[in-house]
Design a protein around this ligand. Structure first.
Ligand SMILES: Nc1nc(=O)c2c([nH]1)NC[C@@H]1CN(c3ccc(C(=O)N[C@@H](CCC(=O)O)C(=O)O)cc3)CN21
Ligand SMILES: CC(C)C(=O)C(=O)O
Ligand SMILES: [Mg+2]
Length: 278
């Protein structure tokens, strides 16, 4: 571990100092290097890799092997920020033993420094086993996409009194189980603020308002690389899909009209060698 690497302690300290934590998703080494160099605090190898990179229509089909493959690539590209690997659906629900073994694979086989898993009270035995084994854990409450079929769609969570109270209780239990941070996805801003004040560990919001201790976003959403996907909480800081499309159209046109490759892109042999060719 290098000396200036962001650690779970750095992330906890940021909350006590009132410094806002920044987190983005990464799925490959090239993006990991760009985001790391830009100074983001944490990278999440999200199981959203299923939607964003693998063409699935949910996160449910994503496997351990796929997550390990992407986590390895991200860790090769990231040298300063803290890398968190998302545990895929069914890698931590069956038994605590299986959960612990799978969490351990991320630290052993990829270089990730922490894992993230979705859920409240029901996952606290797994969170305890992991943290007892020295594996830092990030929790995830609110809209938990691995439960999309049970939730009945991608909807804001914790809107009524009972649901809000349950979420606050789950948050307390995840903290007590040893998690060092907690993602809150698609919960009312007022509830996310309350949870953030009630916990000593930092909350990291996505669609959870400005009162969280940090924010996370899917990098491809902030760059506008996925035309058509625009939930209310997404801010597209650029519209790169139009840039990508324009660049590729130019390439196609220049190749077809023999403008590319131009002489400066061609590799030549020496004249005396050329003369000896028949
Ligand atoms: N590219 C990408 N970005 C994400 O943020 C993301 C993924 N993929 N895949 C995994 C999950 C799925 N996510 C989603 C998907 C859809 C909505 C959505 O349609 N939200 C509605 C909420 C409607 C309501 O209840 O009011 C919205 O309009 O914001 C939200 C989060 C977040 N995650
Ligand atoms: C949206 C974030 C929190 C996530 O879990 C993912 O990208 O998989
Ligand atoms: Mg996820």
């Amino acid at each position: 571990m290098s000396n200036n690497r962001i650690t779970t302690a750095t992330i906890r300290e940021k909350k006590s100092k009132g410094e806002v934590i920044t987190m983005l998703t990464a799925y490959d080494a090239a993006f990991a290097r760009l985001l790391d160099d830009a100074g983001v605090d944490m990278l999440l190898v999200g199981d959203s890799v299923g939607n964003v990179m693998l063409g699935y229509d949910s996160t449910l089909p994503v496997t351990m092997e796929e997550m390990l493959h992407h986590a390895r690539a991200v860790c090769r590209g990231a040298s300063h920020c803290l890398v968190v690997a998302d545990m895929p659906f069914m890698s931590y629900q069956v038994s605590v033993e299986e959960a612990l073994r799978n969490a351990g694979r991320f630290l052993k086989e990829t270089g990730a420094q922490a894992v993230k898993l979705e859920g409240g009270k029901e996952v606290t035995p797994a969170v305890k086993a992991m943290t007892s084994a020295g594996i830092p854990v990030v929790g995830h409450l609110g809209l938990t996409p691995q439960s999309v079929h049970q939730l009945g769609g991608f909807k804001v969570q914790g809107k009524d009194v009972a649901a809000a109270q349950r979420l606050l209780e789950d948050a307390r239990m995840i903290e007590a189980a040893g998690a060092f941070a907690l993602v809150l996805e698609c919960v009312p801003a007022q509830l996310a603020s309350k949870v953030s004040q009630a916990l000593s560990i930092p909350t990291i919001g996505i669609g959870a308002g400005n009162g969280c201790d940090g924010q996370v976003l899917v990098t491809h959403d902030l760059l506008g690389l996925l035309p058509g996907f625009k939930p209310k909480f997404v801010k597209a800081y650029r519209t790169l899909h139009t840039e990508v499309s324009a660049a590729v159209r130019e390439y196609i046109e220049e190749v077809r009209t023999r403008q590319y490759p131009a002489p400066e892109h061609s590799l030549n042999m020496a004249d005396d060698v050329l003369e000896k060719l028949y």
